[in-house]
Design a protein around this ligand. Structure first.
Ligand SMILES: Nc1ncnc2c1ncn2[C@@H]1O[C@H](COP(=O)(O)OP(=O)(O)O)[C@@H](O)[C@H]1O
Ligand SMILES: [Mg+2]
Length: 343
């Protein structure tokens, strides 16, 4: 169904359904055959609809409203427009129904994202400015203070770089036509790179990072840099969503022509309600916590884009306060067509 398709319902003057098209039926979760002839207000007791009908009865030529309907099986943002049928037709009313749930949700996500990015940019910038000011005001003469402020500047600049990189990669990957740079490389080397990049990070966070892989792993044909990014993203999440003294296990194995990566953690888990949205752009389970850890909610959406551009799949299983497992399956040799796959 098109995003802006209006569903159409024709009503008798007394409010009974004369006709309902499939779009309207789908939006309201009704079966067209069984509802014809019934009072709409009875099968859909929506206060907003009642109000519109009242406004028309009071002589308004047309009435419309946008509202969140809770009287449906699933909560939806709807827009309704109600008016009389043209005088030439049999008397009755025309009701147009539009489902704005997805549009409004996207708008909210976008707004939240801009708020977040602004916040993420402002915090390091403020720290950098404060450190520079302190140095200027005399701290530069004190070796200890000088070292501290300079390393603050460095750390905050690194944070800004990370954020900008994520944003750039996002616009690249979602800019459809960024080809994969396929090359042959040793799978074992890739795993080693992830381990050596993330081990210091795990240690600082009191997390044990473990690698489980067979003694010998084959070569792989894929975009090495992007896969490295995917694994680092998953391990980074597993570290930051963990419990103190928890562990993260990176598993790599092959099954026929498929490479299977798993990132297993002993962390806070993801509520089952949130699992379906975990790969959505900008989605974060806990915004407050994510702000502290510097998250943008972009990581997993990038991960999914990259995995799919390799003709692979990614799944997640999670139990609250027990842990989360991400499982990725990728072809050992990325099909070349995947290279220019713009889907
Ligand atoms: N291993 C995990 N355990 C628990 N929650 C996770 C895990 N990985 C991701 N999440 C949740 O999914 C959200 C989205 O992850 P991601 O897209 O990487 O964004 P970010 O890390 O920037 O917050 C995180 O904010 C977190 O709430
Ligand atoms: Mg992340």
């Amino acid at each position: 169904m098109a995003l802006f398709q209006d569903g159409v319902i024709l009503l008798e003057p007394d409010g009974k359904i004369r006709l309902i098209d499939s779009d309207a039926a789908e939006i309201l979760g009704l079966t067209p055959e069984t509802v014809a002839g019934q009072l709409l207000s009875e099968i859909w007791p929506e206060p907003a609809l009642h109000k519109l009908q009242q406004q028309l009865a009071e002589g308004k030529p047309q009435a419309e409203s946008e509202f969140v309907s809770t009287a449906l099986k699933k909560q939806k943002t709807l827009s309704l427009r109600l008016g009389p049928l043209p005088a030439s037709e049999t008397p009755g009313q025309l009701l147009l129904v539009r489902d704005l749930t997805a549009v409004r949700r996207l708008e909210t996500i976008e707004r939240d994202f801009i708020t977040n990015v602004s916040h993420e940019l402002r915090t390091p910038l403020t720290s950098i400015k404060m450190a520079a000011e302190s140095l200027q005001m005399g701290a530069i003469a004190n070796e200890k203070l000088k070292a501290r402020f300079l390393s603050n500047i460095q750390r905050e600049a690194d944070r800004l770089t990370r954020l900008l990189n994520e944003l750039l990669v996002l616009s690249n990957v979602s800019g459809a036509e960024t080809p994969l740079h396929l090359s042959s490389f040793e799978l074992a080397g890739l795993v080693e790179d992830v381990m050596s990049t993330m081990t210091p990070h795990a240690r600082v966070n009191d997390i044990e990072l473990v690698c489980e892989a067979p003694d010998s792993l084959p070569e792989m044909l894929a975009d090495r840099d992007r896969l490295l990014q995917v694994l680092i993203n998953l391990v980074d999440n597993a570290i930051k969503c963990n419990r103190p003294n928890g562990s993260v296990t990176l598993r790599a194995a092959t099954e026929g022509e498929t490479v299977i990566f798993q990132v297993v953690d002993t962390g806070i888990g993801i509520p089952s309600l949130d699992l379906p949205r975990i790969f959505d752009r900008f989605f974060r389970v806990d915004k407050a916590r994510s702000r502290v850890t510097g998250g943008t909610g972009l990581g997993l959406s990038l991960v999914k884009d990259i995995v799919e551009s390799h003709s692979g799949t990614i799944d997640v299983e999670s139990t609250i306060n027990v842990g989360t497992t991400f499982t990725m399956r990728l072809p050992l040799k990325t099909p070349v067509e995947a290279d220019d796959d713009t889907a």
